[in-house]
Design a protein around this ligand. Structure first.
Ligand code: NAD
Length: 262
């Protein structure tokens, strides 16, 4: 699956899953904007990818996905620099855990804003270019098994990840006449900084060991007790990006070692 001449924006691409998606797209020949809150890390990631060679390329872009003006400005800049925009991966995200009865409202709003406002703002900015250029496009949302299932302590995350499926379905319907598809990837647990931070937090909150969090909570319902990898998720993101028609739109794909089966 190749992405030669395609231009992609991947949010939250200076770390974890987004970084591997960006790398996989560059390896497939795409020009990729690594859009992240952390510009230094985004630029460092772009430099790291330069050494790969081949037809792909990467640039770092400063973007807080909750900042309407900055999202518009940076998406416009990427589209102008490369003269097209084909793929948006709305991936930036955080995790905050607490029982609902103790959840701080400010933290609830922060999480929903990054996951949902961020998805909306980047989608709106990207669609304007995709529609105008007339080359179609692929919008990919980073959902989670938590787009389908609930877990203790994760009220805003589960709410936001379920919400992304609704947004993808609307984009699939509205985008169809422009050849723009929208889909959601729903990974199981992947060892990234986001998950590494959660393990000790959950252990403390639930009064169990970190090993028990991994074995009895995170991987308990997988078919083989394995973490999903960043490359597993990036391969799914490449498939959605490279797929050639509206046949594959409005879907959500669970990549979770069988934790959740549809
Ligand atoms: P990560 O912490 O490794 O990376 C997240 C990146 O997002 C960071 O580079 C961070 O700077 C960036 N970011 C945070 N807030 C931002 C903002 N407001 N604007 C722009 N960038 C911002 O996390 P990850 O595990 O790679 O997670 C990426 C996505 O995958 C998230 O949406 C997450 O919910 C989802 N996900 C992760 C897992 C997992 O197990 N790691 C599982 C399912 C879904």
């Amino acid at each position: 699956m190749r992405l030669e001449n395609k231009v992609a924006i991947v949010t939250g691409a200076a770390s974890g899953i987004g970084k591997q998606i960006a790398l996989t797209y560059v390896q497939a020949g795409a020009k990729v904007a690594i859009a992240d809150l952390n510009l230094d890390a985004a630029n460092a990631t772009a430099r790291e990818f330069e050494s790969i060679g081949g037809k792909g390329a990467a640039i770092g872009v400063a973007m807080d996905v909750t900042n309407e003006a900055q999202v518009n400005e940076q998406v416009d800049k990427v589209a102008a620099q490369y003269g097209r925009l084909d793929i948006l991966v709305s991936n930036a995200g955080i995790q905050t855990i607490a029982p609902i009865d103790e959840f701080e409202f400010s933290k609830w709003k922060q999480l929903l804003s990054i996951h949902l406002d961020g998805a909306f703002l980047t989608t709106r900015a990207a669609l304007r270019h995709m529609y105008k250029f007339g080359n179609g496009g692929s919008v990919i949302y980073m959902g989670s098994v938590h787009s389908k299932e609930a877990s203790l302590l994760k009220a805003p995350y589960v709410t936001a990840k379920h919400g992304l499926i609704g947004l993808a379905k609307v984009v699939a319907k509205e985008g169809a006449k422009h050849g723009v598809r929208a889909n959601v990837i729903c990974p199981g647990f992947v060892r990234t900084p986001l998950v590494d931070k959660q393990i000790p937090e959950q252990a403390k909150e639930l009064g169990i060991s970190e090993q028990e969090v991994i074995k009895n909570i995170m991987l308990k319902d997988t078919v083989d007790g394995e973490f999903t990898t960043v490359q597993d998720v990036a391969d799914a993101a490449l498939f959605f990006a490279a797929f050639g028609s509206n046949a594959l739109t409005g879907q959500s794909l669970v990549v979770s070692h069988g934790w959740f089966m549809q």
